[in-house]
Write a protein that binds this ligand. Structure first.
Ligand SMILES: [Fe+2]
Length: 372
């Protein structure tokens, strides 16, 4: 853990040295914005390690390990309160009322939450073990686990990497996967399925037992989780194919091509379940979950059973529509993922060092060049 913090500081001081006009000291004084303008000197260097991995391959795997650790941390919090706590995914003892309201989205929600959590843990554990086997540094973010846990009965009281209690959930993935004529890679933007969730800050887990009533309040929290699940997993669905385009080593490519589609199988499940979120208005926050099958929603862009990726434009509008993952643009994909997770509110309360490290890992991944 300390290892990562030291790495962040080391990288920072190297940059400070390189950019002598900028007086920068410890990582604590650095904003992530400063770091986004710099490309690490060693990331630009080409060549392969003794293991056959390029620096770019290692950078991509290290960023993905960090992303998977972050995913595991948030899924763990969901599992403690709304999943199944067992030897595969230990920790917590469940919140019966929160769980009951999650089950409104599907009677198998607890099992799916458990399995998604286990999958993410396996992803980062595997990638870290693979990095080690290749003589590369694994990623460990334990040093940054200091965000508070939910105080609701059922949650462990331990430090967390992510904050699920102040989310601003981008629900445009809903309409993006329904559009037949638009693609984010061609510059198109998409309407929100739940406009209220994309503004303001909302809990996706009960913050304390006070959040367990009234009924429509805890249902709104469960609904928020339901849409957040889809947001997280569609992000992974895009991230892997986006970064795979920069991988050089065939085995690393195989890893990305084998893990990435499991994110998509998660997404497909959550896409289906989010459509079952009961329409309501949260009496405490005023957050509205609309009926997506009725006016002014409904139709091609909102109908809840249109969960298969609709064929749309790809590469160039001159080609016939095709059913695809979207976006898959490779340029800046890792930084795009960091921005999406940051905008989501997941890192509210996190330290500048954490954000600096995450930005650093993303920049190195984005600097990877296929074949270089
Ligand atoms: Fe994953």
């Amino acid at each position: 853990m300390e290892h990562e913090a030291q790495r962040a500081k080391r990288t920072t001081s190297r940059r400070s040295f390189l950019r002598t006009s900028v007086a920068v000291g410890a990582a604590t004084t650095i904003s992530s914005g400063l770091l986004t303008t710099a490309v690490p000197a060693f990331a630009r260097a080409s060549g392969t390690s003794s293991s056959g991995l390029t620096k770019g391959d290692v950078a991509i795997l290290r960023f993905l390990a960090a992303a998977e650790i972050i995913e595991s941390d948030l899924w763990q919090q969901y599992n403690e309160l709304g999943g199944i706590q067992d030897k595969e995914v230990p920790g917590g003892s469940g919140s019966a009322i929160y769980t009951r309201h999650l089950l409104k989205l599907d009677t198998d929600m607890s099992q799916y939450i458990h399995d998604n959590t286990e999958d993410e843990i396996s992803h980062f554990t595997f990638i870290d073990a693979y990095l080690k086997s290749q003589g590369a540094d694994p990623v460990n973010l334990d040093h940054f686990r200091h965000l508070p846990s939910s105080k609701a009965t059922g949650a462990q009281q331990i430090g967390r990497l992510t904050n699920l209690m102040q989310l601003t959930v981008d629900t445009s993935w809903w309409t993006r996967y329904r559009s037949r004529t638009e693609n984010p890679d061609l510059g198109d933007t998409f309407a929100q399925a739940v406009p209220g969730l994309s503004k303001g800050q909302f809990p996706a887990i009960p913050r304390s037992d006070d959040d367990l009533e009234p009924r429509d309040h805890i249902q709104a929290i469960a609904n928020t989780a339901g849409f957040h699940f889809g947001f997280i997993e569609q992000g992974g669905s895009s991230l892997y194919p986006s970064l795979a385009q920069r991988v050089t080593n065939p085995e690393v490519l195989r890893i990305l091509l084998s893990i990435g589609p499991t994110e998509t199988s998660h997404f497909q499940t959550w896409h289906d379940k989010a459509g079952n979120a009961p329409s309501l208005t949260d009496p405490k926050s005023g957050l509205v979950f609309p009926n997506l099958n009725a006016a002014p929603f409904g139709g091609q862009d909102f109908q809840t059973n249109l969960i298969m990726p609709e064929p749309t434009v790809f590469l160039n509008r001159k080609f016939p529509p095709v059913s695809i993952i979207r976006p898959t643009q490779t340029e800046g994909a890792a930084m795009g993922a960091v921005k999406a997770l940051t905008d989501d509110g997941l890192f509210i309360g996190q330290s500048p060092e954490f954000l600096a490290l995450l930005n650093d890992l993303a920049q190195q991944a984005d600097a990877a060049v296929r074949g270089a």
